[in-house]
Write a protein that binds this ligand. Structure first.
Ligand SMILES: [Fe+2]
Ligand SMILES: [Fe+2]
Length: 292
């Protein structure tokens, strides 16, 4: 893919640094779940085998299944049983949540940013993107959910490997009232959306993931035809920022671009207001389950 060619040396070294770090530990499970989501012939057995390759993840999912189904006579001790009890689609989502959230658990607070706050934002964008796909397009939206969870992973990469520059950038965003992507581009020559897009490209994720994430701050510039996924991610990101759910990387929101995205998608602004009410209820539900 030529999308990220011509990026500077620091961009390329950043991707190499990720390859040798804990961030790449999510690659196998997350790309495996994305493959299962996109293969209509995928089976319970494949999901079971994928999860069981990761013993800590298996243990966490069994613990969740046991606390959700505490009234059962016998304990849930096999992932296959958990899939039957929780459901195939729900368990895919739960496994994604549990795996991706490993990267957001710790880390310093820098200006108004912290990984747990970014995780809350990421879950909200994932849920809202999926709800928009379900309610507006009648689609399952599993890819949208996964893309939402991952879309700001580039920020984690920068906070881990470019600590000094990252602190300066965050200060500029906070004091100068700039959007994160603009501040990153001035200092680094690239921004977090491009970092995450390139990383997923490097991990061989489907093109729609690479493009929707790389262009989640500039939906109309995307050069290929993944319009609905790209613009839905833009819309979900915008709404979550507007409602102050979790970390905000766009203090200066572009309402005109937001409405242009809705027009192109054929979505009425009032529908998004209604879906956002449901999002807040769903966020309260997942929060009560201790997801963040
Ligand atoms: Fe972002
Ligand atoms: Fe975001």
């Amino acid at each position: 893919m030529t999308l990220f060619e011509g990026k500077n040396g620091r961009f390329q070294s950043l991707l190499q640094a990720v390859d040798n770090s804990d961030i790449s530990s999510i690659k196998s499970v997350v790309s495996g779940i994305v493959r299962i989501i996109n293969d209509p012939r995928s089976t319970v057995k494949e999901l079971k085998e994928l999860i069981e390759k990761d013993p800590p993840l298996t243990a966490r999912l069994l613990r969740i299944a046991n606390s959700a189904f505490y009234s059962l006579q016998r304990k849930v001790s096999e992932i296959e049983q958990a899939i039957v009890l929780i459901g195939f689609d729900e368990l895919k989502e739960l496994a994604l949540n549990q795996k991706v959230c490993e990267l957001f658990a710790k880390g310093d607070r820098v200006e108004g940013y912290s990984r747990p706050l970014l995780w809350k934002h990421s879950v909200a964008v994932a849920l809202l993107s999926k709800m928009i796909y379900r309610k507006e397009f009648g689609l399952k939206g599993d890819n949208m959910y996964a893309a939402g969870l991952l879309h700001d992973l580039g920020i984690v990469v920068e906070d881990q490997f470019l600590r000094l520059q990252f602190a300066d950038i965050m200060k500029t965003v906070r004091e100068g009232g700039r959007n994160l992507a603009d501040a990153e581009t001035s200092v680094l020559g690239f921004h977090h959306a491009e970092v995450c897009g390139a990383l997923l490209d490097h991990w061989n994720f489907p093109g729609e993931f690479v493009f929707s994430i790389a262009f989640h701050h500039s939906g109309f510039e995307q050069p290929q035809d993944f319009t609905s996924m790209v613009l839905t991610l833009y819309v979900a990101n915008h709404v979550c920022q507007k409602h102050g759910i979790g970390y905000s990387d766009t203090p200066l929101r572009d309402d005109e671009a937001y409405r242009r995205c809705l027009n192109t998608l054929g979505i009425n602004e009032t529908s998004v207001v209604v879906i956002t009410v449901d999002l807040k209820k769903e966020m309260a539900r997942v929060e009560s389950r201790g997801l963040f």
